[in-house]
Design a protein around this ligand. Structure first.
Ligand code: NDP
Ligand code: GDP
Length: 351
C-alpha cells in the first residue's frame, strides 16, 4: 500500500496536476473542495483522474472542516495549495486575501499540530513574496518585500510554516514557486488570457485583446514539472525552503508577440493597453535562481518559454476548433464572461 496525501485546493491548476503525479506514484490521493453553486471538477475530469480521487468538503475559513479532512484522510503528507491565488482579486478583496491565503495556513498547521505532528506539510509559497524593486535573479537569500495583499498574506503563510517547523519540529516546507502555467491555468492570469484570446481571434471568434502592464517581466515555467518539485521537497531528510524557477524572464509583450505568432497573427493589430488592467502596485520583474533545488532536489525545468507558449496556444486553438464543431466542456473557456462585463473597483468610474 502506498502513502496517503491530502491536497487542499485539488480543483485548481496545481492541485489537479499534483493529484495525477501522486496517483502515478501509487499514493492514495485525498483532496478538499468547496461547495460551489456550480461544481468545478473540470480539471480533474480533463486529466481523467476524477474517479480515482477521494474528495472531502472543506473551506479554509472553517477550521473544523480542515480538522475533519485530516481525520478522514489520515495523510502522510499535506500539500497546502488552496488559496485565493489571483493578485488582481486580492486588491479587490484584501480582507479575504488575509483570511484565506494567510490565516488559512495557520488553520491547517494547527490542525496538523493537534492531530498528528508527524504529518509532512508543503506550503505553496510564491515569487510574489519578493515584490517590487528587484533587477537581479532571486534566491532563497533575497529579502522579501511584498507588493500586494496577496503577497503579504503569502508572507504570513511563509513565516507560519517556518515557525511551526522551528517551534514544534513539524516537517514543514516552503516551495517558493515562480509563475507556472499550463492549459489548465485560470483564465484571469495573463498567460492563459493571451493564449485563449490568440486562439479565438485566429478562429474569428473574438476581435481584440485588452491588457494592462505589458512591460512586466515574469519567469514562467510549466506547471506539470513544478508539482514534481513539491513532492521532492517533502522527500528530503530535513525540512527546508526552495526556489523553483526557470532562471529566465520575459516581458508580457514578448509573450503576446510569441502567442499571436503561434496562432499566425500579428499581435499589434489586435492588442490594446487599458488602464483598468493596471494594478495599484505591480511587480515589474521576477526571475528566479533554482540552483539550490538543482543541487539538493535534483530538480530542473525542461520546458522553457517558447515551448510553454506553444503548448498553451495550440491547446486553446484545438479546444476552440472542437467548440466550433459543437463539442462542449469539460474545459472552462465558454463559462467565463467577457471581462468587459465585470465591474471592478480598479475601474475608475466617472459618475
Ligand atoms: P488556483 O487558483 O488554480 O487554485 C486555487 C485552489 O484553492 C482552488 O482549488 C480553489 O478552490 C481553492 N480555494 C480558494 N479559496 C478557498 C477556500 N476559501 N477554501 C478552500 N479552498 C479554496 O491556483 P494554482 O493551482 O495555480 O496555485 C496553487 C497554489 O500555489 C496557490 O496557493 C497559489 O497561490 C500558489 N502559487 C501559484 C503559482 C502559479 O504560478 N500557479 C506561483 C506560486 C504560488 P475553487 O476551485 O473552489 O476556487
Ligand atoms: P502574477 O504574477 O501572479 O500577478 O500573474 P498574472 O498572470 O496575473 O500577471 C503577470 C503580470 O502580467 C503582472 O505584472 C500583470 O500586471 C501583467 N499583466 C498585464 N496585463 C494583464 C492582464 O490583462 N491580466 C493579468 N492577469 N495580468 C496582466
Amino acid at each position: 500500500m502506498g502513502k496517503s496525501a491530502l491536497i487542499t485546493g485539488i480543483t485548481g491548476q496545481d492541485g489537479a496536476y499534483l493529484a495525477k503525479f501522486l496517483l502515478e506514484k501509487d499514493y492514495q490521493v485525498y483532496g478538499t473542495f468547496r461547495r460551489l453553486s456550480t461544481p468545478n471538477f473540470w480539471r480533474l475530469q480533463y486529466l481523467d483522474i476524477f474517479d480515482r480521487i477521494h474528495l472531502i468538503p472543506a473551506d479554509l475559513l472553517d477550521a473544523s472542516s480542515i480538522i475533519s479532512a485530516l481525520k478522514i484522510s489520515q495523510p502522510d503528507e499535506v500539500y497546502h495549495l488552496a488559496a485565493q491565488s489571483f493578485v488582481g482579486t486580492s486588491f479587490e478583496q484584501p480582507v479575504g486575501a488575509g483570511e484565506i491565503t494567510g490565516l488559512g495556513v495557520t488553520r491547517v498547521m494547527e490542525a496538523i499540530r493537534e492531530i498528528n505532528p508527524g504529518i509532512k506539510f508543503y506550503q505553496a509559497s510564491t515569487s510574489e513574496l519578493y515584490g517590487q524593486g528587484n533587477t537581479e535573479s532571486l534566491s532563497e537569500q533575497t529579502p522579501f518585500r511584498p507588493s500586494s495583499p496577496y503577497a503579504s498574506a503569502k508572507l504570513y503563510g511563509y513565516w507560519i510554516t517556518r515557525i511551526y517547523r522551528e517551534g514544534y519540529g513539524i516537517f514543514a516546507c516552503n516551495g517558493i514557486l515562480f509563475n507556472h502555467e499550463s492549459p489548465l491555468r485560470g483564465m484571469e492570469f495573463v498567460t492563459r488570457k493571451i493564449s485563449n484570446a490568440a486562439a479565438k481571434i485566429a478562429l474569428g471568434l473574438e476581435k481584440k485583446l485588452a491588457l494592462g502592464n505589458i512591460e512586466s517581466k515574469r519567469d514562467w515555467g510549466y506547471a506539470p514539472e513544478y508539482v514534481e518539485s513539491m513532492w521532492l521537497i517533502l522527500q528530503q531528510e530535513k525540512p527546508d525552503d526552495y526556489v523553483i524557477a526557470t532562471n529566465e524572464s520575459h516581458t508580457v509583450k514578448e509573450l503576446v508577440e510569441k502567442a499571436f505568432a503561434v496562432a499566425g497573427l500579428d499581435w499589434e493589430k489586435y492588442v490594446t493597453v487599458e488602464e483598468r488592467f493596471l494594478r495599484p502596485l505591480d511587480v515589474n520583474f521576477l526571475q528566479g535562481d533554482y540552483a539550490k533545488a538543482k543541487r539538493e532536489l535534483g530538480w530542473e525545468p525542461k520546458v522553457k518559454f517558447n515551448e510553454l507558449v506553444e503548448i498553451m496556444v495550440k491547446e486553446d486553438l484545438s479546444r476552440w476548433q472542437r467548440w466550433s464543431k459543437g463539442e462542449r466542456f469539460p474545459w472552462d473557456a465558454p463559462n467565463y464572461p467577457n471581462e468587459n462585463k465585470i465591474l471592478s473597483r480598479m475601474l475608475k468610474l466617472d459618475r
